[in-house]
Design a protein around this ligand. Structure first.
Ligand SMILES: C[S@@+](CC[C@H](N)C(=O)[O-])C[C@H]1O[C@@H](n2cnc3c(N)ncnc32)[C@H](O)[C@@H]1O
Length: 209
């Protein structure tokens, strides 16, 4: 684990204790999206930044899932949800920008929801390299992130919540994930669209070659 990520891990080890309650107002919206984002996936899947495991129940029973997270306390919560999931799940305590316990060329999909908005910009190219390394040739990725809106009223609301969101989740609206994927030599974007306003950005793509 990167030393610079120890403070983020410490943050999530505390946030984990009340994450599902704290996040409830947003989750009321996200939970409508999760089955649509995950229901069509098949094969071996690597989910980076699984959190408390909110995606688990939406994976098809045939899936073999590997879930990675920086926070051991979040993973403990995830383990409880894993027991109720329909598919096979292995959880790994690892940093997505290192993935030292994740094998190469093994996965049909890499999935993450609200990981990159949490991950400092400096580590994002490294995490993308790891995603690419883990994917089989032709493997695909699907990432859901939140970014700053261009709409003045939405932006005002985001500015109001930004200090709370950063303090509690380490999340920011100004991460440059899309740019890093565009600059990646190994990954290619095949689609990008917003799920709500111009804030919730779904980025899909494929491992080149
Ligand atoms: C905002 S939560 C999202 C959780 C979950 N994906 C969801 O949709 O509810 C971000 C998660 O990413 C994890 N995380 C942050 N940086 C990470 C990293 N470098 N490697 C692995 N996990 C990380 C945090 O510990 C946290 O559980």
């Amino acid at each position: 684990m990167r030393e610079e990520n120890l403070s983020l891990r410490a943050k999530y080890n505390i946030t984990a204790l009340f994450y599902d309650i704290l996040d409830y107002p947003w989750e009321r919206v996200y939970r409508k999206w999760r089955p649509l984002l995950l229901g069509d996936l098949r094969g071996k899947i690597l989910e980076a930044g699984v959190g408390t495991g909110r995606n688990f129940q939406h994976y098809h029973e045939s899936i073999e899932l590997t879930g990675v997270d920086l926070s051991d306390v979040m993973l403990r919560k995830a383990a409880k949800k894993a027991r109720k999931a329909h598919c096979k799940i292995e959880l790994i305590h690892d940093d997505a920008s290192v993935m030292q316990h994740v094998e190469s060329n093994q996965y049909d999909w890499v999935i993450s929801t609200f990981l990159c908005c949490v991950m400092p910009d400096e580590f994002q190219p490294m995490a993308l390299e790891q995603f690419s390394r883990a994917l089989k040739p032709g493997g695909k990725f699907r990432l859901l992130e939140m970014i700053y809106s261009k709409d003045k009223n939405i932006r005002k609301r985001q500015d109001f919540f930004a200090p709370f969101v950063e303090k509690v989740y380490g999340a920011r609206f100004d991460r440059n994930t899309l740019q890093y994927i565009e600059e990646s030599t190994d990954l290619e974007i095949t689609s990008k669209r917003f799920l709500k306003d111009d804030v919730y950005l779904l980025i899909e793509g494929i491992k080149k070659g």
